[in-house]
Write a protein of this length. Structure first.
Length: 324
């Protein structure tokens, strides 16, 4: 049995996107998620960092993007996260299948994985997504201006899938250092979960020794961030990562949370991120996502940064609420 985890679930997942407007149109206009923070990649401030979440930007509901339209498409393979699962309410997949079809998005048939209904599709830039029906408890507040009715809205992050050339080192790391437990096997996938009954705590691994190496590009996951409640817990996890030989970075202040980065043994980039202080430190709840916000250390560069970014318009679909 795994050690007691101080990691509570997924915090956010960050993906490389193509065109920023196409990204906004899809995630806010089609999937109905709220743009809760319009900022920039702090390491490459000439590109956006767009955060989509629930109505109040709970940690664990954030799917975020670096739009790099000039980058080549990513390549699925070992050493990368190959799929992102989003939680939706039980009984909602028929609605989602129709909605995706009506917006020109082809989806697979509704299937069952590990006892949960799933609907698979790709976003406009090639990210592999699944919607997973779950009644598991989680922190979620609906977005009242979403084009998707409250009873069908995306609830946040549910899980991820990784391909590994050799899964044994990753399995050992997950269970001995991060507190995961193996909870099932199905169709060659091994499912690991953090303790508790919440949504947003699962990770699936498949060993694919003959598979090619994956490469970053548009449509690929850049990194997965796992939640810790506070700074002290993050430091404790950082020490566990050092002991496990994962060479974590120092704590990096991202202003809305603090981060430590490292690679799991198979090569996927992971992060540990604190729940706070949260996105409300520089915008009111009503203002979230409405303007370009910068951490204080980038404010002196605002003029140059703004001039390098494309203008974003409100997605048309977000102005009309569909029926139930």
């Amino acid at each position: 049995m795994a050690l007691d985890s101080t990691i509570t679930g997924l915090h956010h997942i960050t993906v490389i996107a193509g065109d920023a407007q196409e990204n906004l149109d899809f995630y806010a206009g089609v999937l109905g998620m709220r743009l809760v923070k319009k900022t920039v990649n702090q390491d490459v401030p000439g590109t956006y960092h767009l955060f989509y979440a629930d109505g109040v930007a709970h940690a664990g509901t954030d799917l975020t993007f670096f739009p790099w339209p000039d980058m080549a498409p990513g390549r699925i393979g070992v050493g990368l996260t190959v799929e992102v699962a989003l939680a939706v309410p039980a009984g909602s997949l028929a609605y989602w299948s129709d909605r995706l079809t009506n917006h020109g998005i082809e989806s697979g048939p509704v299937a069952v994985r590990f006892g949960e209904g799933v609907l698979s599709f790709t976003d406009p830039h090639g990210l592999h997504l699944v919607l997973v029906e779950t009644g598991d408890p989680r922190e979620f507040t609906p977005w009242e201006k979403s084009p998707v009715p409250e009873s069908r809205q995306v609830r946040g992050l549910h899980g991820v899938r990784l391909l590994e050339r050799n899964s044994a080192p990753t399995v050992e790391f997950l269970t001995s250092a991060l507190g995961f437990e193996e909870v099932g096997q199905e169709d060659g996938w091994r499912r690991f979960a953090l303790p508790g009954g919440r949504s947003g705590r699962v990770l699936d691994i498949k060993e694919a020794p003959a598979e090619r190496q994956g490469t970053w590009g548009t449509g690929s996951v850049h990194h997965i961030a796992w939640r810790v409640p506070d700074d002290a817990t993050e430091l404790a996890v950082q020490q566990r990562l050092h002991a496990a030989g994962r060479h974590p970075t120092p704590v990096i202040d991202r202003f809305w949370f603090k981060s430590v980065y490292f690679k799991e043994p198979g090569g996927s980039l992971f992060e540990v991120a604190t729940d706070g202080p949260g996105f409300g430190v520089d915008e009111t709840l009503e203002e979230l996502g409405g303007r370009l916000v910068l951490p204080p250390w980038l404010e002196p560069q605002r003029s140059a940064i703004e001039s390098s970014l494309p203008q974003l318009r409100e997605p048309e679909a977000a102005t009309q609420v569909s029926g139930n």
